[in-house]
Write a protein that binds this ligand. Structure first.
Ligand SMILES: [Zn+2]
Ligand SMILES: [Zn+2]
Length: 334
């Protein structure tokens, strides 16, 4: 079968590999769609601060597929049914998994990052990572739900503790940030969208942002919203946006760092301490939240913007994403 594999820094290619066989507790999925993520770029271009990535490895951690073969000991999965894959997997028995914080499981091997992912015709997945896809949710939507929607939801609701009526700033309204704008406005927040790309800002306006601004034109003397900003979600995560986030947030507010733009850089400023600004990391989301976001999509509350392309074009789209030329999200169909 065809698979897009990482062989080492800057060496990412389409190759032929054997179709995998599901081990005990695993399910073989025929991939119906797999979403492209900025994290893939960070892996391919060696921008994860030395975080170890095994090679060769099939990338692709946003997966929707159809169950076609069950490994030994799997009983609660229906053949022919569509499933979304919970990328962080979770071992199911450590203290994090048992308390529902399975995104923090220390024993699991993440899909497309630590074990072969979905840029292929078939992929094997531990059965506990599969979440049924509601009928009204399309393949590509389900794929991007597993990260581009899930990560935004987790950052705003669980880590950010968003409440209706709050002022919320979303920095970076690309693939994830645009979903964050939709989720925050659907939950009753008043959203400020910041980016440096006019087209992305226009999309954010169409998807519910109350105010959109080019972050380079922000006037520090003039409050950008009609209310204090209680929560800032930074989906870029470079030094400039991290500082911007800390400047925007009100006293006692929360800054949630989601983007992996620069691992390192200035984190704590004096304001963080003297004004009790909580600066929090947010990672992916939980399996339970994945079921919730699939439901939000099924009900039309969140409409992920995603375009599909053949897997054979993946190298071109990796370049386009790197050049900032992708609006919303791209998913591949093998
Ligand atoms: Zn991702
Ligand atoms: Zn665990």
């Amino acid at each position: 079968m065809r698979a897009a594999r990482y062989f080492g820094p800057r060496d990412f290619r389409l190759v032929e590999v054997e179709r995998p066989v599901p081990a005990r507790g695993e399910v073989l999925l025929r991939v119906r769609a797999a979403g492209l993520c900025h994290s893939d770029l960070h892996i391919i271009y060696d921008e994860l601060g030395g975080y170890p990535i095994p090679a060769p490895l099939t990338l692709g951690h946003e997966i929707c597929g159809e169950a076609v073969e069950l490994g030994e000991g799997v009983s609660d999965i229906e053949l022919g049914r569509r499933y979304a894959v919970f990328g962080p997997v979770g071992c199911g028995h450590c203290r994090y998994c048992r308390s529902g914080r399975d995104n923090l499981c220390s024993e699991s091997r993440w899909m497309g990052i630590a074990r072969d992912g979905g840029y292929a015709e078939y992929v094997t997945v531990p059965a506990q990572a599969l979440v049924p896809v509601p009928e009204r949710v399309g393949d590509a939507e389900a794929a991007v739900a597993t990260d581009a929607v899930l990560t935004s939801y987790h950052a705003l609701v669980t880590v950010g503790r968003l409440e209706p009526g709050q002022g919320v700033a979303v920095i970076g309204v690309g693939g994830l940030g645009l979903n964050a704008v939709q989720i925050a406005s659907a939950l009753g927040a008043v959203v400020l969208a910041l980016d440096i790309d006019e087209r992305k800002l226009e999309l954010a306006r169409q998807h519910g942002a109350a105010v959109v601004l080019d972050s380079r034109q922000l006037d520090p003397q003039k409050p950008p919203l009609d209310r204090p900003i209680s929560l800032v979600a930074d989906f870029v995560g470079n030094d400039q946006t991290k500082l911007l986030a800390q400047q925007l947030v009100e006293r006692g507010g929360r800054v949630v760092l989601v983007g992996l733009g620069s691992v390192g850089g200035p984190l704590a400023a004096l304001r963080d301490i003297a004004e009790e600004i909580a600066v929090l990391g947010s990672f992916w989301g939980t399996r339970l939240e994945l079921a919730t976001v699939l439901d939000l999509i099924a009900r039309g509350i969140v409409r992920p913007r995603v375009e599909t392309h053949p897997l054979d074009e993946i190298l071109t789209w990796v370049e386009r994403l790197r050049a900032g030329a992708v609006e919303g999200r791209v998913a591949f169909v093998p």
